[in-house]
Design a binder for this molecule. Structure first.
Ligand code: CO
Length: 676
């Protein structure tokens, strides 16, 4: 390698006092954001970041990513933590290393474009609370969506990193839409906007080593700002890609501490340090210091989150990414959604429908939120379309996309789909071509009004403005107006270790079970999944096997298993989720989740029920009891997998009963309201 420092590695000190490289690769650590977002559904708690914070501050990272993406959502929704407080708390421990956040441009840290007044206030507050680098991206690579936030970032004297979402329609870089010229053009646009650095944001781990080499070389020749590569390990290519990126002259790379690395996360830092040691691109990091951090993460932190790790497969890579060019997280979302709807057998159909939907929706990159938009619509098409009608259930977000509310798509949206989506659309049936936020009315005024007496400051008001339903619920928890449910509470290391011990015993017990117990002819075998572990359970007519009774105890709450929040407790052995079966369960658990509370009072009796086609959360009812409705009118909006679904009235009539309220969680087939 021409960059070699000509240092005799055997003679040199491996510590941080070795000679400095000519052009060290700068490293951003993602452990505290994308790392746990990728591996543990963003459930990392602030208290579990503090034990390593000061040590990490000493490593010499260019920056640490601590916020943005899904953290804001998950923290207030599932962890009962104030997202703003995390920045302030961590800042007390990180005294030298700048903080970076992922900003979804005009989508901020949510899933739709917010009005300019919300966007400005949000960036202002993020900067004020301690954010230094704003890694900004737009899911459509439509930089008109940067126009509001960038001047605020700059006015606060902060670093604006402009992203190009890396996506493809072919197995390798190229093709009609996303060839090298496309990315050069985007990079030049970012440079013109004043980008302090430019990031290739490869959220799916799609970029192949030689494509990265070619692209980074071309970018270094075409634009001045430093080039930063963000890629996920998912497909297995990332460490090779990193090395080729270094050779091509990349300025910054993203890595994680090894316990938070690999799988759908990022390459680990430690092998990179060793690989570059003594070269002209040596990171200069002290590998012993990194090891010290690893011990804490591995022994004191990870056990609390292990149950969230999806490790049912032997393979740590996902070759589906290579086969379908779709982000791994999106695939696991699809699988989860299909599983919850008892339709896992439709996965192949979903794979077939997905590229078709994506193309019809303008061949958009697949990144939050467009990956969910395309994914959920694909699932809806597969489950609800009939041979003579496609796009039978169009999500609100697809309607917004067709209207132009997300921005300009890479290729035009299929006119027929667009027309169907916009039929009766509230803003108008004619799509817009201007910068999306131009058609959005200011939102802060109403938000402030809505949470008057509850919100204490602008940070509180922004939580509500960005997440009205769950944000309001969080503010009630925060100010003691409502008791947070037990599932949002932190688990201790002791609990986590005790639980792992129990699972180990259960597994061991199963082995004895199989050989020792004689089953009758009537015995049936079930596969039962407990926290990602699959048990084969034999069920006999005469009494329960110890294993089954163990599982039943878990289900009934007598033995506490950590269930990932929002996942219904039902497993394959349980009876269909009917209210009577659920009721004693809720009663047995102390302080049961408040969302299960409103008992459907009206019997379905003499009316037509509107049932939940999927598990989700009620956003709003569009009608009240006593309102008359026509067939097809939206009666209730249900949020599932973060997409809003407008559920239509199945017939003409009057609303006789409304069984839930805004913010309630519902199971598939729950009767949401009755029309008679
Ligand atoms: Co990422």
């Amino acid at each position: 390698m021409s960059d070699h420092n000509q240092v005799d590695i055997t003679e040199m000190n491996y510590g941080s006092d070795r000679p400095k490289a000519k052009n060290p690769v700068k490293i951003m650590d993602l452990t505290l954001r994308d790392g746990h977002q990728s591996l543990f559904a963003t459930r990392g708690r602030t208290e579990d970041m503090i034990p390593v914070a000061e040590l990490m501050d000493d490593v010499g990272f260019w920056a640490v990513e601590t916020w943005g993406g899904a953290t804001f959502d998950t923290m207030h929704r599932f962890l009962n933590e104030d997202p703003w407080e995390r920045i302030r708390t961590l800042k007390r421990y990180f005294k030298k290393t700048p903080f970076s956040m992922l900003l979804r441009a005009q989508n901020l840290v949510g899933y739709r474009n917010y009005a300019d007044d919300v966007a400005k206030a949000f960036v202002e507050r993020a900067a004020e609370n301690g954010m230094d680098i704003f890694r900004t991206f737009d899911a459509l690579n439509d930089y008109r969506n940067f126009e509001t936030v960038v001047p605020v970032i700059k006015a606060n004297g902060k670093h604006f990193q402009g992203c190009m979402c890396y996506t493809m329609t072919e197995p390798r870089m190229g093709g009609d839409v996303y060839g090298i010229e496309y990315f050069i053009k985007k990079a030049k646009a970012l440079e013109d906007m004043g980008a302090d650095s430019i990031c290739i944001k490869d959220m799916a781990g799609l970029i192949a080593p030689y494509d990265a080499y070619q692209l980074i070389k071309a970018l270094k020749e075409s634009v001045k700002p430093p080039i930063h590569l963000h890629t996920h390990f998912t497909s297995g290519m990332a460490p090779m890609t990193h090395l080729k990126a270094v050779e091509a002259g990349v300025d910054m790379l993203d890595t994680c501490m090894s316990p938070y690395a690999y799988r759908t996360s990022h390459p680990a830092i430690e092998p990179m340090v060793m690989a570059l040691l003594g070269t002209g691109r040596d990171t200069g990091f002290d590998i012993k210091k990194l090891a010290e951090i690893n011990v804490i993460l591995e022994n004191e932190i990870i056990p609390k989150y292990r149950h969230l790790l999806n490790d049912t497969k032997m393979s740590v890579i996902d070759i589906n990414v290579l086969l379908h060019q779709t982000p791994g997280g999106m695939l696991s979302n699809l699988v989860n959604q299909l599983r919850e709807m008892d339709a896992l057998d439709k996965l192949d159909e979903v794979f077939k429908e997905l590229p078709r939907v994506r193309k019809e929706l303008g061949q958009i990159p697949l990144v939050t939120p467009t990956s969910q938009i395309v994914g959920i619509q694909t699932v809806n098409n597969v489950l609800f379309d009939t041979p003579d009608e496609r796009y039978k259930m169009i999500t609100a977000q697809v309607k917004d996309l067709c209207y132009g509310l997300y921005g300009k798509t890479a290729i035009p949206i299929d006119p027929e789909v667009q027309k169907k989506a916009l039929k009766g659309y509230a803003r108008g049936e004619e799509p817009i071509t201007c910068r999306p936020a131009e058609v959005l009315e200011p939102e802060m005024g109403k938000a402030k009004e809505d949470v008057k007496g509850l919100a204490v400051d602008l940070d509180d008001e922004l939580i509500y403005a960005i997440y009205p339903v769950t944000g309001k619920r969080f503010l009630k928890w925060k100010y003691g107006k409502e008791t947070p449910p037990p599932e949002v509470q932190a688990r201790t290391l002791e609990d986590a270790l005790a639980e792992q011990e129990m699972i180990k015993k259960a597994k061991a017990g199963l082995l004895i079970e199989k050989s020792d117990v004689k089953m009758s002819e009537n015995a049936r075998t079930f596969n039962v999944v407990v926290d990602g572990d699959q048990f084969e359970v034999g069920v006999d007519e005469v009494g329960d096997s110890p294993m089954l009774s163990y599982i039943k105890q878990i289900q009934s709450g007598q033995i506490q298993m950590a269930a990932p929040a929002a996942t219904p407790a039902a497993t394959p052995v349980a009876a269909p989720v009917a209210t009577p079966a659920a009721a004693p369960k809720a009663a047995a658990a102390p302080a049961s989740a408040p969302k299960a509370a409103p008992a459907p009072s009206a019997p379905v009796g003499d009316g037509t029920p509107v049932t939940a086609p999927m598990p989700g959360m009620i956003v709003s009812y569009e009608k009240k009891v006593g309102d008359s409705v026509s067939k097809g009118d939206t009666v209730v909006v249900l949020e599932a997998m973060k997409m809003e679904n407008a559920l239509p009235a199945p017939c003409d009539g009057t609303v006789q009963a409304i069984n839930f309220g805004s913010g309630d969680s519902v199971a598939k087939n729950d009767v949401l309201c009755v029309i008679g």
